[in-house]
Design a protein around this ligand. Structure first.
Ligand code: FAD
Ligand code: NAD
Length: 468
């Protein structure tokens, strides 16, 4: 039996950050991960490969369509899908090896296998590397960071041949002729965009009457308009009730969400992206008296479960299923284990959809503030009035700042436009310091940059934008 201060189950952004922070703080830490590589969903089959394909497909599309030509760059691109996938896989390998390096640097042991909790402080690992067999670990504290898996859709069985989950859609060997995406959430829009740009016809079927429930309504509508212009078709308020697949394609039966006459959609590939659910399979929760709620989720109070010495972080517990949320919880959880005051500000977790244009937001939406009965002011600035965006011919979208009517404190920020994922951080910092819209309005921003739109939006909270 090997003895540790802390054993972490899962090597994703929650688990690996917890392990590294534990190492930094002088704890003897082991991270148990059953996949062949570290990095979890995010590095292996999530954030990173999807961003690699979004980047490559965006460049291909720009060269293929009128965008490059209008800038005076005449090229005739040819798609080499195998190379596009290879560079994606190589980037992923580089990143996962990077975590191995960080483990060595911080003296974290990677135990290669699937962990099972046998009782308080006791974990058995079914080893997955060449050694095989089982190994026993003991620790004062156990952190569960086992992540999530795709939510299945009854009647539409994922086989990753014709009916895909996100992992399947990240490694197709041909461009679909017609890809039907079920679910207009973040995975559906990002991966739908990838394959649309590479030449597929893409139809997105969404149960609700809007895309990306939860994002600011105006921002969501603007994004949907842009994606529609790019050729993605949306069937909102619709549900898929069954799927029949063959070697060459899939027939889907689609009905209005409220019921009614069904129509048949033919596709060569279908992506099921209706959400993800917590993953706790085979974990032995019962051995420490833990159960999951009706969503399959482990609940927590400040990262502690109800079992003494068992903590939980990341997708497997409540809150948005985002890598940076898992990372923040990892840091806070380990700091609490060593008696420090680790804390996560759940009000300020940014959200980004990496389509073109991107959508990035932090804080409350207009809909949330109205539902809370909170009086607020709105400052908006369109990218059509931003000089850098105009020069670059990337004028879709806007910056919107919501500020408290009385105190001017910034309550929410919603950006749709080019590279807004890189700009939202400014407002995350400002809001951590309880900044007012005036604070941003009075802060000098470099010219010419798209970030000036963020300042102009803040100025417009009091109708003072100078550039529109
Ligand atoms: P995971 O990353 O899921 O890691 C959990 C790990 O635990 C897995 O590797 C699993 O093998 C391992 N495990 C499970 N059970 C055991 C066990 N018993 N023993 C040992 N190991 C075990 N988020 C963003 O913030 N930005 C993005 O751009 C983004 N893009 C995404 C794109 C896609 C296609 C997908 C699917 C997700 C994306 N996400 C994104 C979400 C992000 O991947 C997750 O929020 C993040 O990975 C959660 O981290 P985690 O550590 O909680 O879990
Ligand atoms: P999601 O929750 O973002 O969207 C799922 C969509 O499917 C929703 O719009 C929902 O209304 C719809 N839906 C549900 N059931 C349906 C049905 N039967 N028929 C039609 N539509 C249905 O889920 P996702 O896109 O699968 O992503 C899963 C998680 O991964 C998300 O929580 C997200 O945070 C994370 N993720 C994040 C990023 C990012 O940060 N850029 C990228 C990818 C994934």
């Amino acid at each position: 039996m090997s003895t540790y201060d802390v054993v972490i189950l899962g090597g994703g952004p929650g688990g690996y950050n917890a392990a590294i922070r534990a190492g930094q703080l002088g704890l003897k830490a082991a991270c148990v991960e059953g996949r062949a590589t570290l990095g979890g969903t995010c590095l292996n089959v999530g954030c990173m490969p999807s961003k690699a394909l979004l980047h490559a497909s965006e460049l291909y599309d720009a060269a293929m369509g009128s965008e490059f030509a209008s800038l005076g760059i005449e090229v005739k691109p040819t798609l080499n899908l195998a190379q596009m996938m290879k560079q994606k896989d190589e980037s992923v390998t580089g990143l996962t090896k990077g975590i191995e390096f960080l483990f060595r640097k911080n003296k974290v042991d990677w135990i290669k296998g699937w962990g099972h909790i046998d009782g308080p402080g006791k974990v058995t690992v079914t080893v997955t590397d060449n050694a095989g067999g089982k190994t026993e670990l003991s620790a004062k504290d156990i952190i569960i960071a086992t992540g999530s898996e795709p939510t299945p859709l009854p009647g539409v069985d994922i086989d990753n041949k014709r009916i895909l989950d996100s992992t399947g859609a990240l490694s197709l060997t041909e461009v679909p002729k017609h890809l039907v995406v079920i679910g207009a959430g973040v995975i559906g829009l990002e991966l739908g965009s990838v394959w649309r740009r590479l030449g597929a016809q893409v139809t997105v079927v969404e149960f609700l009457d809007r895309i990306c429930p939860g994002v600011d309504g105006e921002a969501g509508k603007t994004l949907q308009r842009s994606l529609s212009k790019q050729g993605i078709s949306f069937k909102l308020s619709s549900k898929v009730t069954s799927a029949t697949s063959s070697d060459t394609g899939v027939q889907l039966s689609v009905e209005p969400a409220a019921g009614g006459t069904a129509e048949v959609l033919e596709a060569d590939y279908v992506l099921v992206a209706i959400g993800r659910r917590p993953y706790t399979q085979g974990l032995g929760l019962e051995n420490v008296g833990l159960t999951t709620d009706k969503r399959g989720m482990l609940t927590n109070k400040g990262h502690r479960t109800e079992a003494a010495g068992v903590w939980v972080i990341g997708d497997v517990t409540s809150g948005p299923m985002l890598a940076h949320k898992a990372e923040d919880e990892a840091m806070a959880c380990v700091e609490q284990i060593v008696g420090k005051a680790g804390e996560v500000n759940y009000d300020l977790i940014p959200n980004v959809i990496y389509t073109k244009p991107e959508l990035a937001s932090v804080g409350k939406t207009e809909e949330q503030l109205k539902a809370e009965g909170r009086a607020f002011k709105v400052g908006k600035f369109p990218f059509t009035a931003n000089s850098r965006a105009k020069i670059n011919h990337e004028t879709e979208g806007f910056a919107k700042v919501l500020a408290d009517e009385r105190t001017d404190e910034i309550l929410g920020v919603h950006l749709v436009g080019p590279s807004v994922s890189e700009m939202i951080g400014e407002y995350c910092v400002a809001m951590e310091f309880s900044a007012s819209a005036e604070d941003i309005a009075l802060t000098c921003h470099p010219h010419p940059t798209r970030s000036e739109a963020l300042r102009q939006a803040a100025m417009n909270v009091e109708g003072m934008a100078t550039q529109m």
